[in-house]
Design a protein around this ligand. Structure first.
Ligand code: ATP
Length: 233
């Protein structure tokens, strides 16, 4: 479903992603793990159309989407939940959901009902202004907004960032439900313990390149490598 070939992202003279390759089949979940500054978000942004890669190709559902802007990529069924959530603070929960949806009428209502089933906290707060919600609730809303586009591929950039342990449990419980429903996902995390139970395949990234990859079971056989690449030794 997703193939990333020799992806390169540069910011001026800084090379954030260096010849990164990735393949993700339908219904599978891949995790990108790495320390701060490893190039995870840059990879996600380049795949999701938020920045134009300086090299390489991104293929999605057989089409070359390299450099295609995010709104067109989203129309094709690829939804990105960015780091930092990016919900519209002055709008309510319901308005944020409506804003993302392409579907109208009953189909849109059904999508919103699914989001509210997944996150009852959002249902309770559907008329609340997004800016007044906690970080965890905003993360739920950001995921909900992505689901409103009825995506076939979901990119999640560090959904645990800045959340309390209880809210991490809630958000990752929901991600596990989304996975169980068959969603294809690319998940960026710094916390391997959160990502591994969800992932079929995991890649460790350092300085913009994959330095180790395999199933979580394979990678867990070498905890020293994981610790070194995640900067937790
Ligand atoms: P984090 O977990 O801290 O978000 P990351 O693995 O997602 O880290 P990136 O955000 O992709 O890493 O950053 C990779 C490198 O690119 C870093 O050296 C970072 O400083 C640099 N970088 C990222 N965005 C920009 C930008 N807009 N301009 C210049 N340099 C950038």
């Amino acid at each position: 479903m997703l193939t990333v070939e020799s992806l390169e992202v540069t910011y001026g003279s800084i090379r954030a992603v260096a010849r990164l390759d990735l393949a993700l089949g339908a219904g599978r979940v891949a995790a990108l793990l790495g320390a701060n500054g490893a190039g995870k978000s840059s990879t996600m942004k380049a795949v999701g159309g938020l920045l134009r890669p300086s090299g390489g190709r991104v293929l999605f559902d057989g089409a070359d989407i390299t450099g295609m802007p995010a709104h067109r990529v989203a129309r094709r069924g690829l939804a990105l939940v960015p780091e930092g959530r990016m919900v519209v603070g002055c709008l309510t929960v319901q308005e944020n959901l409506d804003l993302s949806a392409y579907a109208r009428g009953r189909r849109r209502k059904a999508l919103a009902d699914d989001v509210y089933d997944l996150f009852p906290r959002l249902a309770e707060r559907r008329r609340q202004t997004a800016a007044l919600m906690s970080g965890g609730e905003q993360q739920m809303l950001a995921i909900g907004r992505a689901l409103m586009t009825a995506p076939s591929l979901l990119l999640l950039d560090e959904p645990s960032m800045g959340l309390s342990p209880a809210l991490v449990d809630t958000v990752f419980g929901a991600i596990a439900e989304i996975r169980a429903a068959g969603m294809t996902m690319l998940l960026v995390e710094q916390n391997a313990a959160l990502a591994f139970p969800l992932a079929d395949h995991a890649c460790l990234i350092q300085r913009g390149a994959i330095v180790a990859e395999g199933t979580p079971d394979e990678l867990e056989k070498d905890p020293a490598t994981i610790a070194r690449h995640l900067g937790i030794d």
